[in-house]
Design a protein around this ligand. Structure first.
Ligand SMILES: [Fe+2]
Ligand SMILES: [Fe+2]
Length: 504
């Protein structure tokens, strides 16, 4: 299919969720074809912004990033340095604000160093800070990286900067400051009062006041600051105020998830756990409706942070905590049509059965409760992957595949944040294999719990219709395939235990 024809089809596509199976299959084939053509392009794509806009509109952010990456490549090949840098930045921005891919992050850091003293230097550093902030939760590091970006920015001329037409000079400063405040707030949230942090937040809020016109982000930051320092009354006043502004202004609809998230934090601080749970659900729902992957991630992160707090309000062992955890799992169900909640339960139940058989065969004793919970949680990291990649009926290509491969790592990040480091390991290693042929890191000899979840997962994937490009095998055929991996990818006893569990 020609590129322009693809663009027309894209423009006609209203909403991927309302497509029939055949329509989605055709759409995915054409999109894969489009990506394949991009990669062999020798001249830049005309009207590439149109493609990007449409791709983002239907929720294909990774594909939009690929457009920028290929634009950058052709500009580089034709020696157009400025256009190359601009598209390279757009590529990193589009990808890393949605998804954390370690190899891409490494590449970005190398480029930040390389272009440190150019007009775009501050932007590259900002994205590195963003990754540390929102993906890796390294708040101190993120703060330092943002500060460095701000320093570099001080040497950049406004006119030069605006000429790149990436983001307006003032808007960039606003985002930088607002994110710096947020890193400090999150540290406060985690570690409690800290005089130095509070002083720095105050001074950044003052700077922010000077540049933001509608002051919505300023207000959100101020509310969180007041909540963190115990000034509930002031927080309530500000919150009512922005609630009014956002609810009565249709052009501010994109702020709804932020508003609900702030209400949730407010309720939580006032020990109104039911209210907090409800607002978190509304925030997440709104972000899903808006197809705003970044906000979804931010809300999930806040839920996880709240779940993990060692306070009497909500924790994973309380009723509300369990409700939120189950809600996260059901969100997974609505996001991943092939797998989802049923898959988690199947894997949990079978893993427990295999562990029972394994214990009888006489390996190290596996705790059955632990393996069941690990089975339930093993694919939680898929919450971070865009809907289209999880549900496309053709094979993931290019960066789509890369992002799928990192779901165990995303799951581990969530588990660690929840204060469940032991489970982080089980989840992180469920696609690793004993010979090092697994992913995402290719480490050898994964934990025995991960191996059992892994083999059950492979068995379930092979015997159910998970993707349309794969025909399901019969249980006997699947076992025969897995037997070939005995001692290579899986511990021999694990394969034996699976056979016993399936027969029983
Ligand atoms: Fe998985
Ligand atoms: Fe799985």
């Amino acid at each position: 299919m020609e590129m322009e024809k693809y663009l027309k089809e894209l423009q006609k596509t209203e909403d991927l969720l309302s497509l029939t199976n055949e329509e989605l299959l055709r759409f995915a084939r054409n999109t894969d074809d489009f990506i394949a053509q991009l990669k062999i392009m020798t001249t830049p794509l005309k009207n590439h912004q149109k493609y990007v806009r449409e791709l983002l509109r239907v929720g294909l952010s990774v594909e939009a990033a690929i457009v920028y990456r290929e634009q950058a490549r052709t500009y580089k090949e034709t020696g157009r340095e400025k256009e190359y840098l601009k598209n390279l930045y757009r590529y990193y921005e589009t990808l890393l604000t949605t998804l954390y891919l370690p190899p891409v992050y490494e590449e970005l850091k190398a480029n930040a160093l390389l272009y440190e003293n150019t007009t775009l230097g501050p932007l590259f550093y900002y994205l590195a800070g963003f990754t540390q902030h929102f993906h890796l939760f390294e708040y101190e590091k993120a703060y330092d990286t943002y500060s460095h970006a701000l320093n570099l920015f001080g040497q950049v001329k406004e006119k030069e900067f605006n000429r790149y037409d990436l983001i307006k000079y003032d808007d960039f400063k606003l985002i930088l400051l607002s994110n710096m405040i947020d890193t400090l707030l999150r540290s406060l949230f985690k570690e409690g009062e800290n005089k130095d942090h509070i002083a720095r937040i105050r001074s950044h809020l003052e700077e922010l006041k000077k540049i933001e016109k509608d002051r919505l982000f300023l207000a959100v930051n101020e509310i969180e600051f007041n909540l963190a320092t115990g000034n509930i009354q002031e927080a309530a006043k500000l919150l009512m105020d922005i609630d009014n502004k956002i609810m009565h202004d249709k052009t501010k609809r994109h702020m709804l998830p932020v508003l609900y998230r702030t209400w949730a934090l407010f309720s939580w601080r006032r020990q109104d756990t039911k209210g907090a749970v409800n607002y978190f659900k509304r925030a997440l729902k709104e972000a899903i409706l808006l197809q705003d992957e970044m906000r979804q991630k931010e809300i999930i992160d806040t839920i996880v942070l709240v779940l993990a707090m060692d306070t009497p309000y909500i924790n994973i062992f309380s009723q509300e905590g369990k409700e939120l955890l189950l809600y996260l799992l059901s969100t997974l169900l609505s996001k991943d049509w092939y797998l989802g909640e049923d898959h988690s339960k199947t894997v949990a139940e079978y893993s427990k059965k295999v562990a029972e058989a394994y214990n009888i065969l006489g390996g190290e004793e596996i705790n059955l409760g632990k393996i069941y919970l690990a089975g339930l949680l093993h694919d939680t990291g898929k919450l971070y992957i865009p809907w289209y990649i999880l549900n496309k009926p053709t094979k993931p290509v290019d960066l789509e595949w890369e992002s799928m491969r990192y779901h165990p790592a995303y799951g581990a990040i969530i588990m660690k944040k929840m204060g469940m480091p032991e489970f982080a390991r089980y989840v992180e290693e469920h696609h690793e294999r004993i010979d090092g042929s697994g992913y995402p890191y290719g480490i050898k000899n994964p934990h025995i719990i991960s191996q059992i979840i892994g083999i059950v997962d492979d068995f379930a994937a092979a015997t159910t219709l998970t993707r349309k490009y794969q025909k399901p095998l019969s249980p006997e055929e699947a076992i025969r395939e897995l037997e070939k991996q005995k001692g290579i990818k899986f511990d021999s006893k694990v394969v034996e235990a699976l056979k016993i569990a399936i027969k029983g």
